[in-house]
Write a protein that binds this ligand. Structure first.
Ligand code: GLY
Length: 357
């Protein structure tokens, strides 16, 4: 099915690019993304078999193993090797086809291979469409923590073909909805309201036009934030709402908890901490839980994850400043801020408060 794209222009310090949100875009990749030279496609073992053959004119395809555990420098090295064997040079454009891991790895390769080649993102997961593919962050994980090595590499275009969402497992779609809820909380009360009331309760099987509208609405939030603060000197940090808790929960689970599920639990914990520190109405936590549960997301931290272990895991998060943990807290829907003013006891109390008993 085809759906004419919505164009969202993103400006950044060295230029601008379009994010196209539509359906049936992938077969026209080269035209829509205005790619002139050869295309080097980077995809993964889940997405490649489903969607890679929809892209025409690909000079070389590199398939990495699927999964966050492969977002490593070792994977980057294997991609460099294959690009060199295929004779890919600086005239090429690297195209990422897949979820957040593929985009992060391919973007890091594009930032560094031959000192940098052009880069286009074709996100195929909801999470990658509404968050990871926009804003130029790329990178890999280290044994010490997530996203510890990376580069800012702006794409020259992003093609969000929402027809690819139809092949997502339902729990992957739901995981992406956690970032959509987050975007509503950061700066779009109308979006949050539609999610809270159940007016916007979408699944991977929802009408393609509804998926397009949801994705475009969520991307606009991200676009506006990264345009204002491309290098995370200030406001961009608010995109990490729920992430200090969420990354730690993911890590303690040995990455059995999906990123979006960790973010969902983290949003609830952040609301609990916000109310505990008297920044927001205590009812906020319940409102966020309702919005997340309506999307089929978990909102409680499994009891087997020790509060202390979660607290310690937060210290491997690169978002801590000068050894201090930073939290994004809420005053209200659409009113969030960054603070380092939370004590260990307050954080532990909030983790415990949102755990299953
Ligand atoms: N995913 C958070 C950011 O792009 O800044």
């Amino acid at each position: 099915m085809k759906l004419d794209p919505i164009y969202l222009l993103v400006t950044h310090p060295t230029g601008q690019y379009d994010v196209l949100v539509g359906a049936g875009l992938l077969p026209n990749l080269a035209d829509l993304a205005q790619i002139r030279g050869p295309i080097a496609l980077i995809t993964d073992s889940n997405v490649g078999p489903l969607h890679a053959d929809r892209l025409g004119g690909v000079a070389c395809t590199v398939t990495i193993p699927a999964g966050e555990q492969h977002k490593t420098l070792a994977t980057v090295q294997t991609v460099y090797d294959q690009l060199l064997v295929a004779g890919i040079d600086r005239q090429a454009t690297i195209v990422a086809l897949g979820g957040g891991v593929v985009g992060d790895v391919a973007g890091f390769v594009a930032a560094t291979y031959m000192r940098g080649v052009a880069f286009v993102q074709c996100p195929t997961s909801l999470l990658a469409m509404v968050d990871a593919s926009v804003g130029g962050k790329t990178g890999v994980d280290m044994p010490q923590g997530k996203n510890l090595v990376g580069a800012f590499k702006q794409p020259t275009a992003v093609l969000a073909d929402v027809s690819t969402l139809q092949t997502l497992p339902p729990e992957e779609f739901a995981a992406g909805m956690a970032e959509v809820v987050k975007h509503g909380l950061i700066s779009n009360p109308e979006l949050f309201g539609r999610l809270e009331t159940g007016d916007w309760r979408l699944t991977h099987q929802s009408p393609i036009s509804s998926l397009q509208s949801l994705v475009a609405t969520a991307i606009k939030v991200k676009r506006d934030v990264v345009q204002e603060d491309p290098f995370e000197q200030g406001r961009r940090a608010t995109l990490n709402l729920g992430h200090t808790f969420g990354h730690a929960i993911e890590q303690v689970s040995g990455y059995r908890v999906r990123h979006g599920e960790g973010v969902a639990m983290g949003l609830v914990a952040a609301a609990n901490l916000s109310a505990r520190l008297e920044h927001c109405d205590p009812a906020m936590q319940g409102r966020i839980e309702n919005a997340l549960q309506a999307q089929g997301l978990p909102t409680r931290i499994p009891a087997e994850f020790e509060a202390n272990a979660i607290y310690q895991a937060m210290f491997s998060d690169k978002k801590k400043a000068a050894g201090k943990l930073r939290f994004i807290l809420l005053r209200d829907v659409g009113d969030v801020f960054v603070t380092a003013a939370a004590t260990e006891n307050e954080v532990l109390a909030s983790v415990t408060a949102v755990q299953f008993t």
